[in-house]
Design a protein around this ligand. Structure first.
Ligand SMILES: [Fe+2]
Length: 92
């Protein structure tokens, strides 16, 4: 199934960063929540590597990948309203 559910009950649009966005199709919220959690973990992994390594090559690798994963996380956060994110992610 794609698109919005058959339920005709109007749902409010999301307000994120000053922009009103249409609500996400309900059948995609779980997938995007999972993607958001994975990107959050990826950012944490690269931050951990940066905190733990003294190897300059590993440090450069982790720094580059951290930037990429932060960009991915930002995209997920733009898609997924805060109340629809995993409740298991109070850590950041
Ligand atoms: Fe990613």
């Amino acid at each position: 199934m794609t698109g919005y559910p058959a339920d005709p009950t109007p749902r409010p649009g999301r307000v994120e960063g000053g922009a009103v966005r249409p609500p996400l199709p309900l059948d995609t919220v779980g997938d995007i929540r999972s993607d958001h959690a994975r990107e959050t973990v990826a950012v944490c992994i690269y931050r951990g590597i940066l905190a733990a390594t003294r190897n300059t090559e590993v440090h450069a690798f982790a720094r580059d990948h951290l930037v990429t994963e932060q960009r991915h996380l930002q995209l997920m956060e733009e898609l997924l309203p805060r109340l629809q994110r995993s409740r298991l992610l109070p850590i950041r």
